[in-house]
Write a protein that binds this ligand. Structure first.
Ligand code: UDP
Length: 334
C-alpha cells in the first residue's frame, strides 16, 4: 500500500504501540515513534523505527516530527490505561487522553496528515445491556477512562467532517499476550491487567492473584472479558490503515475482540494449565468501575477489513505472555 511518507506511532514504546510498530515495519511501512517514555521503554522500540522523545501535546515537537518525516498517518496509542486509577484521578485521564489527543489532532490537521487511527476501548460502552456488544449500541461509560476515550471519539467525528482527514477508532477489548517471536511484550511497571498479574505470579513476582468480585451476574460470578492477543490487535491496525488509505472519504469505528468471553477463574485456570502450577487465588470484593461482562460483536471488523485472528486461543495468549515475563526476569532493564 502506497503511503508516500511515514507512519507516526504515538506511544510506540509502550505495550500495544510497540507491537503495532513491529506489524507496520514487517508490512514495509516506515515508522517514527513519539513517546515521552513515562511508562514506555526506549528499548521496546524496534531499531528500524525512529524514536522522538516527546509528549503528544508538545505541538512544536509533534509538528516538527510530522514535517521532518513526511508523516502521512498517525496511529495514536499514547495515553493512560488503568481503569481504577481513572476513578481516583479523573483529571489525569482527561489530560493524558482527551486533552492530549485534542492537541495531537490539531497538529495533524494543521500539518495536513490525512489518516488517523485511534486506540479506543470497550470501556466506552460502560455496562452493556447485552453482550456481545455492537458498535451502534449505547456508549455510557461507567468510569473516567472510558469517558476520556469516548470524548476523543466525538472529537474525531467532528474533525473528520470539518477537515480532510479520515479516522478509524478501534475499540479494544482486553489485550494480552506478547509477540510470538519474543520481540516485545508487556513490560509495564506496576501493571494491573489480569493476565500480566497472573504471569507475574507464575514467575514468582507475586504470591497470589486477587480475584476482584465473585458476585457478578456471570456463570461463575467472576468478571467476564474478551481477551485478544496483542499481535492480532496490531495486525488489525495495519489492515485499518490500508482501508483508510483506500477510502479517504470514509471513517470507521470497530470493535476489536474475538467475540467470546472468559471469566477471571477461567483465565486463572488457563494459567495453571500452561504453567503446571496452582496459582493462589485471593477472592476479594469488586474493583471500582468494573462491569460484569464485556464481549465484542466483531461482525463489523470482519466485514470492513481482511483481518482474521491468528492467535484466538486463551492458552496461546497466556503462553506468549508467560514467555515474555520469563525473559523480562532475565533482563537487566527494566
Ligand atoms: N481482575 C482480577 N484481578 C486482578 C486484575 C483484574 O480479578 O488482579 C479482573 C477485573 O476485575 C476484570 C478482569 O479481571 O473482571 C479484567 O481486568 P483487567 O484489569 O485485566 O482489564 P479491564 O477489563 O479492567 O480493562
Amino acid at each position: 500500500m502506497e503511503l508516500n511518507g511515514k507512519v507516526m506511532v504515538t506511544g510506540g514504546a509502550g505495550y500495544i504501540g510497540s507491537h503495532a510498530v513491529l506489524a507496520l515495519l514487517d508490512a514495509g511501512y516506515e515508522v517514527v515513534v513519539i513517546d515521552n517514555l513515562v511508562t514506555g521503554f526506549a528499548w521496546a522500540v524496534d531499531s528500524r523505527a525512529t524514536l522522538v522523545e516527546a509528549n503528544v501535546a508538545d505541538d512544536d515537537a509533534v509538528r516538527g516530527a510530522i514535517r521532518d518525516h513526511d508523516v502521512r498517518a498517525i496511529l495514536h496509542f499514547a495515553g493512560s490505561v488503568v481503569v481504577p486509577e481513572s476513578v481516583s484521578d479523573p483529571l489525569k485521564y482527561y489530560r493524558n487522553n482527551t486533552a492530549a489527543t485534542r492537541a495531537l489532532l490539531e497538529s495533524a490537521v494543521s500539518e495536513g496528515v490525512p489518516h488517523f487511527i485511534f486506540s479506543s476501548t470497550a470501556a466506552t460502552y460502560g455496562t452493556p445491556a447485552k453482550v456481545p456488544v455492537q458498535e451502534g449500541d449505547p456508549t455510557v461509560p461507567i468510569n473516567p477512562y472510558g469517558m476520556s476515550k469516548l470524548m476523543t471519539e466525538a472529537m474525531l467525528r467532528d474533525v473528520a467532517v470539518a477537515h480532510p482527514i479520515n479516522y478509524c477508532a478501534l475499540r479494544y477489548f482486553n489485550v494480552a499476550g506478547a509477540d510470538p517471536q519474543g520481540r516485545s511484550g508487556q513490560s509495564t511497571i506496576g501493571a494491573t491487567h489480569l493476565i500480566k498479574i497472573a504471569v507475574e505470579a507464575a514467575t514468582g513476582k507475586r504470591d497470589a492473584v486477587s480475584v476482584f468480585g465473585t458476585d457478578f451476574d456471570t456463570a461463575d460470578g467472576t468478571g467476564v472479558r474478551d481477551y485478544i492477543h496483542v499481535s492480532d490487535l496490531a495486525a488489525a491496525h495495519v489492515a485499518a490503515l490500508e482501508r483508510l488509505i483506500e477510502n479517504p472519504d470514509e471513517s470507521l469505528t470497530l470493535n476489536c475482540g474475538y467475540g467470546r468471553g472468559f471469566s477471571v477463574n477461567e483465565v486463572l485456570d488457563a494459567v495453571d494449565r500452561v504453567t503446571n502450577l496452582t496459582i493462589q487465588r485471593r477472592y476479594e470484593g469488586r474493583r471500582a468501575g468494573d462491569p460484569a461482562a464485556l464481549i465484542a460483536d466483531n461482525a463489523a471488523i470482519f466485514a470492513a477489513l481482511p483481518w482474521r485472528p491468528q492467535y484466538d486461543d486463551l492458552d496461546t495468549i497466556v503462553r506468549d505472555a508467560l514467555s515474555w515475563e520469563r525473559g523480562l526476569a532475565e533482563r537487566a532493564q527494566p
